[in-house]
Design a protein around this ligand. Structure first.
Ligand SMILES: [Zn+2]
Length: 304
């Protein structure tokens, strides 16, 4: 792996910024719960949707969207023969990949401690960490993060522009797990179809193929094959993300988007701000870079 290829995973170097803004429209009832047994003051339903404590307005947490993007990405990557971990607790690349006979997570702990105690070895040790992380993590751990590894994507909480809440009674749901259960009936709150939330996703140092990957994930979400939140089996959770502004900044003075690692391709798009009607054409170029990519990480030798 060349030196420059390690730069995009280095959080200390800013190569480019990517920001996408738009609106998320609910196409069916949407239920993003507030977690186990969480009740809001004055709430009359058993299972409320998540809301801001201060205002009582519902929102979609950035972390929920991140989870949906990651699991959708996993399916897309798998169909392209690109290996990714499940991202589930204790099953991420740092948990499962072995480096020098120990899990990457432990190896990183050891290495970071070692270079802190030996300042003269810091630069060299830091480069080794970057190389080992690059070689031993999948694209999802690189982009979405994993224990001991910060991701490159930042999902904002989606706040509503306009919404209506609905309540369904008679759905039997376990209060403790949120799963559909036999027995007691509960009132379940949800956001009605046609509600609109603001959407924003930022990315740092994304290679061109990773931008294409994100674009494909958004396309998959909009296709109706992916559902968000709870009660998916009852037809809840269809959403559409309408992209309204795409902003790409680079810090190398380049007027096109150069490859950021050995697998990446140059994309002939100038840094700048693109508006709604321009975005599909721009993203198409990144999707081409993604579809042509042959990613060689994580290394086979340290298999899952
Ligand atoms: Zn992974």
């Amino acid at each position: 792996m060349s030196e420059s290829a390690l730069m995009w995973i280095n959080n200390r170097i800013l190569l480019r910024r990517f920001s996408i803004k738009g609106r998320l429209v609910t196409k069916s009832p949407l239920r993003v719960g507030s977690g186990r047994g969480k009740q809001y003051l004055g709430s009359t339903v058993d299972l409320a949707v998540i809301k801001y404590e201060s205002t009582g307005t519902p929102y979609i947490p950035g972390n929920s969207l991140k989870g949906v993007f990651r699991s959708t990405g996993e399916r897309i990557a798998n169909t392209r023969g690109i290996k990714v971990c499940s991202g589930l607790s204790k099953q991420t690349c740092p948990d499962t990949k072995k480096v020098e006979g120990i899990p990457l997570l432990k190896w990183l702990d050891n290495k970071r401690r070692e270079i802190r105690s030996k300042p003269e070895k810091y630069q060299e040790g830091y480069r080794e960490i970057l190389r080992v992380v690059f070689d031993n993590t999948c694209i999802n751990c690189k982009l979405f993060g994993a224990p001991s590894i910060s991701g490159k994507l930042f999902f904002y909480d989606s706040e509503p522009e306009k919404y209506t809440l609905g309540v369904r009674t008679g759905i039997a749901i376990s209060r403790s797990t949120g799963a559909v259960a036999r027995g007691a009936l509960f009132q379940v709150e949800y956001v009605e179809p046609g509600s609109i939330f603001y959407f924003r996703l930022d990315g740092m140092n994304l290679p061109n193929y990773a931008i294409g990957y994100i674009a494909e994930i958004i396309g998959e979400l909009n296709s109706g094959r992916v559902r968000v939140g709870g009660l998916k089996s009852r037809g809840f959770g269809l959403v559409e993300i309408i992209l309204e502004e795409l902003k790409i900044d680079t810090y190398d003075g380049s007027m096109e988007l150069r490859p950021l690692d050995n697998f990446d391709k140059l994309v002939n798009v100038a840094p700048g701000v693109y508006h709604k009607e321009q975005i599909p054409e721009i993203l198409k170029k990144f999707i081409e870079a993604w579809r042509g990519v042959r990613i060689e990480y994580p290394l086979e030798a340290s298999g899952y």
